[in-house]
Design a protein around this ligand. Structure first.
Ligand code: NAD
Length: 498
């Protein structure tokens, strides 16, 4: 196992500016066009690697490879063997976890403390899906037809899956797509985000090392409008598993219509986090803060609308702002850093745009409020944790997904009112409730229209618990049994026996 110090000192083939190829049919190949794009460290702007830029022609080749594997030898691989492959991959990921964490950190800016802390989750997912590989089954169903007719169901892999992921957690997002595909016997073409392709490509090397046959996992980096769009529209793809923004999600649904491929969508949100006066405010303040500031706010289910019961509003927002100011903003590779840079200049422009809009709308920044422009961090895309007070529900900063470390704090009076206001956006991904009153907890858990409700905690995740959205936060679930069902077809079989 490599230590972080050793990794940072030694030259690394993914960090030396060289060209990284794409994985198609078990081979590392350049783009048909010969084009590459650059991957840079958002903390320093340093060139990390040049990456083969896939587009429609490369997707064509990858879909053909995935189809050949699906119709060929992969079909005959037994669940137990798929389980062994996933377990081997998990062991390899564990052995190289520091390296994979460092690649995530350098490619998209998440602090190394955060990417290293993902170990339990990433390995847990791989081993969960390995376990599920041998646990999936159809059912015998008692029917009421006259005579002797036996009926049962078969669960069959849906086929070739196009997996499109965002940049905000490349290793976790890759495993979240590849794990269920392998467990169910599908084949997959993974299209990483153009901002952060390096970890998925390194994972591809480990996938081959784990003995996963050629063509079962293909990895085609490239831009969304070209490679992503070609994958979403391809008639040879049976399902698209998409994670990203709701605007792209809408395009995916349109593109999928040609062959009516199955689609699952994990999209964005504007999640409410509700603090009652009876809560343990000392625990709730850092809890509500990290619900937004973690990963510099670049988390789909971040609790960005903080509803605080009016009589503790000033006290609580001051606490969260003080907590935000106490967080260490800094270099992603410094183990003490809690808040790293935003992923790109484009994301910086987006977030600072909302900081301006918030102030123009009349909100007041209790902490943060502008990008870091002085000292060594001025070169990177750093925005400190920002708490906006004086926010109204109709402000854009309370309605639109910012995807930065920006919290909008809004006062409320009573429980019915806050349920209605919490539900008053088009999204429904995460939600939080902080209270010591179990009755309030249950009422909110039922009343909030969102895929997850966290009470006295935020962002708890487990491979066995479903995660996903209501309304414009998408449909389908990841993690849990339902996730695997998304990669399976159900076939009804009738056998007349007399
Ligand atoms: P994005 O929608 O811009 O891009 C996501 C992926 O889609 C990228 O790989 C991109 O290349 C690709 N893409 C872009 N245009 C495409 C098109 N026309 N056809 C096919 N693919 C296309 O999102 P982003 O900026 O990378 O990520 C941030 C968004 O993702 C936020 O809205 C966030 O909430 C959401 N997100 C959701 C979850 C979840 O689990 N619900 C998790 C992480 C991020």
């Amino acid at each position: 196992m490599d230590t972080l110090e050793k990794l940072l000192e030694a030259p690394h083939p993914f960090l030396d500016g060289s060209v990284k190829r794409m994985l198609i049919g078990g081979q590392w190949v350049p783009a048909v066009s010969g084009k590459t794009f650059e991957s840079r460290d958002p903390a320093t702007g340093k060139l990390l690697a040049k990456v083969a830029e896939g587009d429609a022609e490369d997707i064509e080749r990858a879909v053909a490879a995935a189809r050949r594997a699906f119709d060929g030898p992969w079909r005959k691989v037994k669940p137990f063997e798929r389980q062994q492959m996933l377990l081997k991959l998990a062991d390899l990921v564990e052995r190289h976890f520091e390296e994979l964490s460092l690649l995530d950190t350098l490619d998209m800016g998440a602090p190394i403390s955060r990417t290293l802390a993902n170990r339990r989750r990433v390995l847990g997912m791989l081993r969960y899906y390995a376990g599920m590989a041998t646990a999936l089954h159809g059912e015998t169903v008692e029917n009421s037809l006259p005579g002797e007719i036996f009926s049962y169901t078969l669960k069959e892999p849906v086929g070739v899956v196009g997996a499109i992921i965002p940049w905000n957690g490349p290793l976790g997002a890759s495993v979240w797509k590849i794990g269920p595909a392998l467990a169910t016997g599908c084949t997959v073409i993974l299209k990483p985000a153009e901002e952060a392709p390096l970890t998925p490509l390194r994972l591809g090397e480990l996938i081959l090392e784990a003995g996963i046959p050629e063509g079962v996992v293909n990895i085609v980096p490239g831009y969304g409008e070209t490679a992503g769009a070609a994958l979403a529209a391809h008639p040879g793809v049976d399902k698209v598993a998409f994670t990203g923004s709701h605007l792209t999600g809408q395009k995916i649904v349109q593109a999928s219509a040609g062959n009516l491929k199955r689609v699952s969508l994990e999209l964005g949100g504007k999640s409410p986090d509700i603090v009652f006066a009876d809560a343990d405010l000392e625990t709730a303040a850092p809890g509500a803060g990290m619900a937004v500031f973690a990963n510099s706010g670049q988390i789909c289910s971040a609790g960005t609308r903080l509803f605080v019961e009016r009589r503790v509003y000033d006290e609580f927002t001051d606490r969260v702002a003080a907590f935000g100011k106490s967080l260490q903003v800094g270099s992603s590779v410094d183990p003490k850093t809690q808040i790293g840079p935003l992923v790109s200049e484009q994301q910086l422009d987006r977030v600072t745009g909302y900081l301006r809009i918030g102030q123009e709308e009349g909100a007041r920044a209790l902490s943060g409020g502008s990008r870091v422009t002085e000292g060594p961090l001025a070169q990177g895309y750093f925005v400190p944790p920002t708490v906006f007070a004086n926010v109204r529900d109709d402000m854009r900063i309370a309605q639109e997904e910012i995807f930065g470390p920006v919290l909008s704090a809004i006062p409320f009076q009573d429980i019915e009112e806050v349920i209605a206001r919490a539900n008053a956006t088009p999204f429904g991904l995460g939600s939080g409730v902080w209270t010591r009153d179990v009755n309030k907890a249950h009422r909110l858990a039922k009343g909030i229209r969102a895929g997850s409700v966290w009470v006295n905690c935020y962002q708890a995740m487990d491979p066995a618990m479903p995660f996903g959205g209501y309304r414009m936060s998408g449909y389908g679930r990841e993690s849990g049994l339902q996730h695997l069902e998304e990669y399976l077809n159900v076939k009804a079989v009738w056998i007349k026996t007399a």
